[in-house]
Design a protein around this ligand. Structure first.
Ligand SMILES: NC(=O)C1=CN([C@@H]2O[C@H](COP(=O)(O)OP(=O)(O)OC[C@H]3O[C@@H](n4cnc5c(N)ncnc54)[C@H](O)[C@@H]3O)[C@@H](O)[C@H]2O)C=CC1
Ligand SMILES: O=C(O)[C@H]1O[C@H](OP(=O)(O)OP(=O)(O)OC[C@H]2O[C@@H](n3ccc(=O)[nH]c3=O)[C@H](O)[C@@H]2O)[C@H](O)[C@@H](O)[C@@H]1O
Length: 450
């Protein structure tokens, strides 16, 4: 018989995983301590923006295959496999904060009345799972409890597709029985030929953090090359294309610009540095300090570019900046460690009058950055702006009418910090287009010293 599933923690990861498991044919209960979140999900409403998820959720809530509760004991009584998807945010010193994970284990294990497989999906420092095995033993469960680790690689904005058709499955398992149970859970993607790596607990944990650290490294690598392009007259877009044609390198994640942000890459890089230090091998991830430093410089680079343009156009302390984009990337309303919002807030702290438009993230942005102004559309954000910054590459920004925006604006400097707008129509309309490390518009006036 197919295992029944609980998903504990129904944020970006857990809500998607719960709906995805229902789509794969399972009976699922989602659990969260946040009652308002559970109420929304139970009514078929997704409390964040994720394309395709509302339809999937509604279908399975209506069919009765997917339900939600705040009662962990109910989930303990119902399910055979418990996916733990709670947050592991950055704690003091950069290490991951495992408080929520510990609380779930401490509450769930004593409530179990049937043999259970607890499956960690949250991103954790290597060694966490083995420590949890001991924690579970100390709780003296009255039934047999196994612990597996099954890290998640979904990308926000593509979460449904990544859940239903993952590019690989990693199963960190302590026993053949645990592997068998997870193979039952993922029977459909496995039948479709999804590659699977079956391994031990520490390897599964490390795969996840090393994947995110590698992606961050790739982004910072190309951004470091962008810095060199800026001082030499090179073009990082052509460079990335040329590198990408080598399929040992690949073009993906060589998008130079404002750098990485979000709820995962930044915190996972810092947590890996912190864990390596705890383990006594800080030198093995020394290079990640460089990765972080390049990433931090990209944000400052855009702030400096905007301030430079404001100073040239007049009394910059009262200058106006129109910002296109607040989310950490397009197709998401997530503003956790968003490079776009960070740049906007720094400019506001410098005294600029900043107005932001984002197609989906204005509400989430307003809650963390209430000091900024939010516009209902791109033209309104650019009204009377001395400088316009393109900070999140939403596809609709590519369709903006540059002539209309120029009419609304006061200045004519456009900084395309994501290097994704086609400069031709902007230049033709009269914009002074600045990019980061590409040969577009006028040459940069204050090259970086590298
Ligand atoms: N967001 C993403 O795209 C991905 C996230 N991850 C990892 O998954 C984990 C969760 O991330 P997100 O979903 O983004 O976080 P989130 O903050 O959106 O969601 C966490 C949820 O856990 C709930 N929670 C906290 N304590 C709880 C408890 N004791 N019992 C039940 N629920 C509880 C919170 O109320 C919240 O709804 C993190 O470790 C993250 O690194 C992994 C892959 C993708
Ligand atoms: O652990 C996680 O939560 C997830 O973290 C990332 O996914 P996500 O945070 O949704 O976003 P990405 O698409 O990886 O983008 C991260 C950041 O890098 C930036 N980026 C991405 C690609 C690029 O070429 N250049 C670049 O600056 C994006 O703008 C964004 O700010 C990973 O891609 C997922 O595989 C992983 O599951």
């Amino acid at each position: 018989m197919a295992p029944r599933i609980s998903v504990i923690g129904t944020g970006y990861l857990g809500a998607t995983h719960a709906a995805g498991m229902a789509e794969l044919g399972h009976e699922v209960v989602g659990v969260d301590t946040d009652a308002s979140r559970i109420r929304a999900l139970a009514e078929g409403r997704v409390p964040f923006y994720e394309p395709g998820l509302p339809e999937l959720l509604r279908r399975h809530v209506e069919s009765g295959r997917l339900r939600f509760t705040t009662d962990l004991a109910e989930a303990a009584a119902f399910a055979d496999v418990h996916f733990v998807c709670v947050g592991t945010p950055q704690g003091p010193g950069g290490a991951a904060d495992l408080t929520a994970l510990h609380r779930v284990v401490d509450d769930l294990v004593p409530a179990l009345r049937r043999t259970a497989l607890v499956v960690g999906k949250s991103t954790v420092p290597v060694g966490t799972a083995e420590a949890l095995v001991e924690r579970i033993a100390r709780l003296r469960p009255s039934v047999e409890v196994d612990l597996a680790w099954n890290p998640e690689f979904l990308r926000e904005g593509h979460a449904v597709e990544d859940t239903l058709r993952p590019n690989r499955l990693v199963l960190g398992v302590p026993s053949p029985a645990a592997e068998w149970a997870l193979r039952q859970v993922y029977a459909r993607p496995l039948a479709d030929g999804t590659p699977v790596v079956v391994t031990n607990l520490p390897t599964a944990e490390l795969v996840k953090v090393s994947a995110n650290a590698f992606l961050a490294t790739k982004i910072s690598f190309v951004n470091a090359m962008a810095e060199l392009c800026e001082v030499t007259g090179g073009d990082v877009a052509a460079l990335a294309d040329a590198l990408g044609h080598d399929d040992r390198i690949g073009r993906k994640f060589l998008g130079a610009g404002l750098g990485y942000g979000g709820g995962c890459l930044p915190k996972d890089v810092r947590a890996l540095i912190a864990r390596a230090t705890e383990l006594g091998t800080p030198e093995s991830v020394d290079f990640l300090h460089g990765v972080e430093a390049v990433n931090a410089r990209r944000r400052q680079r855009v702030v400096d570019e905007a301030l430079g343009a404001l100073r040239r156009t007049g009394p910059w302390l009262h200058g106006r900046v129109g910002v296109l984009g607040a989310a950490f990337k397009p197709h998401s309303d997530d503003v956790r460690d968003s490079p776009a919002l960070d740049v906007a807030r720094r400019l506001s702290r410098e005294g600029a009058w900043v107005t932001v438009f984002d197609p989906q993230a204005s509400v989430t942005a307003r809650t963390v950055a209430p000091e900024l102004r939010y516009a209902a559309n791109a033209v309104a954000a650019c009204r009377k702006a001395d400088v316009v910054l393109h900070l999140t590459e939403w596809p609709e920004f590519a369709d903006l009418d540059p002539a209309r925006l120029l009419e609304a604006a006061r200045g004519r400097v456009l900084v395309d910090a994501r290097n994704t707008l086609d400069p031709a129509p902007w230049l033709a309309a009269g914009w002074d287009v600045r990019t980061l490390g590409t040969l577009v518009g006028v040459p940069l006036e204050r090259p970086l010293a590298v």
